[in-house]
Design a protein around this ligand. Structure first.
Ligand code: S3P
Length: 164
């Protein structure tokens, strides 16, 4: 099985995904990390030097590389749902679990970071809330199950395992 974790930036996909993979004896990958190592650049640099559209193409390439794998947990970049092809590929090849937390909780997790280009200029509760609202229809179309991620990672992992 492939388990794709989707959700807004800072919702805890990587932390939860690492634990879930460990628990299940699955491999763990993170699409952002795969992209960074392929490009030899960090996400901020890719956005600055090559732009968002280029980054989105890399996300699609990355998903295409993963669809034939098995026993793997994939932590996806928060904007992976912006591309319909990605959503289709993920739904066809695995379970897509949406992690959700309120904007206030997300803000506490991202407020001291500067590694997310799309939070520049809106790294505050209102900015985060409006981007979540803008994306909500896309997340809603993508998930096969949704989980409240506003809990300890171990509890979120337990909830996901119940669903599977
Ligand atoms: C993005 C989320 C980031 C990263 C990039 C764009 C987004 O991943 O892919 O900065 O558009 O939501 P995380 O969700 O892991 O922070």
């Amino acid at each position: 099985m492939i388990i794709y974790l989707i959700g807004f930036m800072g919702v805890g996909k990587t932390t939860v995904g690492t634990k879930l993979a460990e628990d299940m004896g699955y491999e763990f990958v993170d699409t952002d990390e795969m992209i960074e190592s392929k490009e030899g650049l960090i996400i901020n640099e890719i956005f600055e030097q090559k732009g968002e559209d280029y980054f989105r193409k890399l996300e699609t390439d990355t998903i295409k590389e993963l669809v034939n794998k098995d026993n793997i947990v994939v932590s996806c970049g928060g904007g992976i749902i912006k591309n319909k092809t990605n959503v289709q590929l993920m739904k066809e090849s695995g379970r897509v679990i949406l992690l959700e937390s309120p904007a206030e909780v997300i803000y506490e997790r991202v407020k001291d970071t500067d590694n997310r280009p799309l939070l520049k200029g809106r790294n505050n509760i209102d900015g985060i809330r409006s981007l979540i609202e803008e994306r909500q229809p896309l997340y809603n179309m993508a998930f096969t199950d949704r989980v409240n991620a506003d809990a300890k990672p171990a509890n979120v992992v337990a909830k996901i395992k119940e669903l599977l």
